[in-house]
Each structure stands twice: as C-alpha cells, then as structure tokens.
Design a protein around this ligand. Structure first.
Ligand code: ADP
Ligand code: MG
Length: 277
C-alpha cells in the first residue's frame, strides 16, 4: 500500500470552501477548486488574489478552515486531509518565493547540497544523512538541466536571484516527483533562462509530471496546459478550459482593466487596450 489514498485517482488538489485569515484579515474567502492528477493547470489572478497563499496551504505553511465545523475537509491533497511536508515532497516538488527566501539566507549550504538535501526533505545535509551515488548523479543532472551545474559549489547567499531560482527548481525536480507546483517560477530569470525553463516544463509535462503553474504571464501558459483557474479576492473567479477562461471578458473583469487576448500557435498573449483603442 502506498501513502496515497487507495482511490485509484484522487484529485491532486481539492479545496472546499476554504477560509484563511491572517492577523484578522480574511485572505481566502471560501475558495473551492479541484485539480486532477495529470491535469496541467495554470493559476492566474491579480496581485493579492491569494495565489501564493494557496501555495502556502499546499506546502503546509498555513492551514485553512471550514466555515462550519463538520463540513467537508477544506483541503485535500491526493485525496488525503493530513500530510506532513516530508511525505508530500515525494509526490510534489514546490518552487516558490517563500522557499527561495529560506534558502538564500542559509550561509552554510552550497547549491549541490541544497539539491541533495531535497532527497531528505531537508534544507541542509546533516550528519547521518547518507547520500548515495545515484542521488548525487541525479542532483548534478538536475542542475545541468537548469544550466546551473557551474553553481554546484557556490554558497547560496552568493547566488543572484535568477541563479538561486535555477537551483531551487533543480531541487524540486531532482527526485522526479509526479507533480510540480511552481509559483511564478520565471521571476528573476533572464529571458534565455525563462525560455529554457518553459521548455524543460514542457518536456516534463510530456513525460507525465503534472504541472501547476502560478503565473502573471499569459505567454507562460504552455500549450500542454488546458485547465486555467483565475483567482480574485481570495476566491475562484473563473475556472475551466483555457479557451473559455482566457478571454477578454473574464480577464478584464478579473483584473479590472480592458484586456485584449490573442492566441498564436497555442500560446496566449494579453494586451491592455489603450484609451484610444
Ligand atoms: P498573490 O495572489 O499576489 O500571490 P497572496 O496570496 O500573497 O497574493 O496574498 C493574498 C492577500 O493576503 C494579499 O492582499 C496580502 O496583502 C494579504 N496578506 C498576506 N499576509 C497578510 C497578513 N499577515 N496580514 C494581512 N494581510 C495579509
Ligand atoms: Mg504571489
């Protein structure tokens, strides 16, 4: 028996009327959504919509609550309500700004160790952790894939934002998780690295890794991603097939600006309409 629910294909992520408040401020206000395993998904929404908060829920940095006690669990991952982050990591790699911040302030760990520590769901390689040759090779391969092999022996605080981002993505990928959750992964990457990352994600999607991509950029919604969720004000504003959701009406209302959408070769582009049309 595995540690994933016996149901053959439970949803990767399920939120049922999830609420969350921080410092007395309501941040998630009844968020309900469902992402199936294998269903590559993009999550969009204006600043403050709750996207990173959703990532924090999945990473178990925050815990949502149901409005009424006894209601359906507000959050399920792979069909289960309770996970610890160590178990979850085997199934899902996560890349986010919060995580990156934790790494870049660690003065003792080098890039290769940060990737290797991922095999132990740890931030550092500690005494007693036995790193196998296969793990070391997989870690180097992941760094190479991100064009970051030359950074292997650099300490994390000495890396630029984009370099640290590549290392963090390598860490998320090194053990081939079934799903990858990426919160604005191209932030800080130069345009060549951005393109390389997006191509890497496409390859992973074809190889069977489910992508959940939080992004501000419509052009990052890869052709493989069919499912789009738009958040606004701590709730789901729209969700469905990208052809239906990525339209001028929905995006203009979600962002509160007149947005035009164009589709070219499987990629979408958004433009704000100028006042004179
Ligand atoms: P985004 O969609 O831009 O990633 P976030 O999930 O980071 O948005 O934040 C959602 C909202 O929660 C934002 O409006 C943010 O200002 C607010 N927020 C986050 N933490 C706190 C806090 N400790 N107190 C009050 N508001 C907060
Ligand atoms: Mg965010």
């Amino acid at each position: 028996m595995t540690d994933i629910d016996e149901n053959p294909r439970p949803a990767l992520l399920e939120l049922n009327d999830a609420h969350l408040a921080r410092d007395g401020v309501a941040i998630l206000r009844g968020m309900s959504l469902r992402i199936e395993q294998g269903q590559h998904t993009a999550i969009l929404g204006p600043n403050g919509a709750g996207k990173s908060t959703l990532v924090r829920l999945i990473h178990r940095d925050d815990y949502p609550f149901a409005r009424e006690p006894g209601e359906r669990a507000p959050l399920r991952l792979f069909g289960r309500e309770r996970w610890n982050v160590f178990e979850l990591r085997k199934h899902m790699g996560i890349v986010s700004g919060d995580l990156q911040y934790r790494f870049v302030t660690d003065d003792l760990t080098d890039a290769l160790d940060a990737v290797l520590a991922g095999f132990f769901s740890s931030q550092v390689i500690d005494v007693g952790m036995i790193v196998t040759r296969a793990q070391r090779m997989a870690a180097m391969k992941a760094l190479e894939r991100l064009g970051a092999a030359h950074l292997a022996h650099r300490r994390l605080p000495t890396l630029s934002t984009g370099e640290a981002r590549r290392v963090l993505i390598a860490r998320a990928l090194a053990h081939d998780p079934g799903a990858l959750l990426l919160d604005e992964p191209t932030t800080g990457l130069d345009f060549v690295a951005q393109r390389t990352l997006l191509e890497t994600l496409r390859t992973l999607a074809h190889a069977g890794t489910t992508l959940v991509l939080v992004t501000h950029h419509l052009e990052e919604i890869l052709p493989e991603i069919e499912h789009v969720i738009v958040l606004r004000g701590g709730r789901v504003f729209a969700s469905g097939n990208k052809r239906d959701v990525l339209c001028a009406g929905i995006l203009s209302e979600a962002y509160g600006a007149p947005i035009r959408v164009q589709e070219r070769g499987g990629y979408y582009h958004a433009h704000i309409e100028s006042r004179d049309g």
